[in-house]
Design a protein around this ligand. Structure first.
Ligand code: ZN
Length: 128
């Protein structure tokens, strides 16, 4: 992903990042975490995020590296190759935390559903 790839894209940034044709393997959890880190609201048109592409890319890297370091995020049926469940869930900033206070600004985290997928975001850090 780069600034050129975002130009003129009207799709919401969340849908853009989850489009498997563009970025392989970036799942719902990491997209939510990366958008929170970058302070970008999930329904912002992708084209409007163009100037913040470097920031967003850094946020995606940070979210993924954090997740890998902690052996992935625990989902109900997830265990790693050694049979241990991941312990990344406790480190998630917004995903699965609707109704809890944002660790950065204290505003309550919200959940919304877009295209059948749950999205978690902080209305304080991620303004439209
Ligand atoms: Zn916040």
């Amino acid at each position: 992903m780069n600034a050129v790839g975002l130009a003129g894209v009207r799709a919401p940034i969340k849908a853009f990042l989850m489009d498997q044709k563009r970025i392989a393997g970036l799942g719902n959890i990491y997209v939510a975490e990366a958008l929170h880190r970058a302070g970008i609201h999930p329904v912002t048109p992708a084209g409007r995020v163009r100037r913040r592409a470097p920031e967003l890319l850094a946020a995606i890297r940070a979210a993924l590296e954090g997740g890998i370091a902690r052996r992935g995020t625990t989902l109900r049926d997830y265990v790693d190759a050694d049979g241990r469940s991941g312990d990344n869930a406790a480190a998630l900033l917004v995903y699965g935390r609707a109704g809890e206070a944002c660790s950065r600004c204290g505003v309550l985290i919200r959940r919304r559903v877009d295209a059948g997928r749950a999205t978690f975001f902080c209305p304080g850090c991620q303004r439209r």
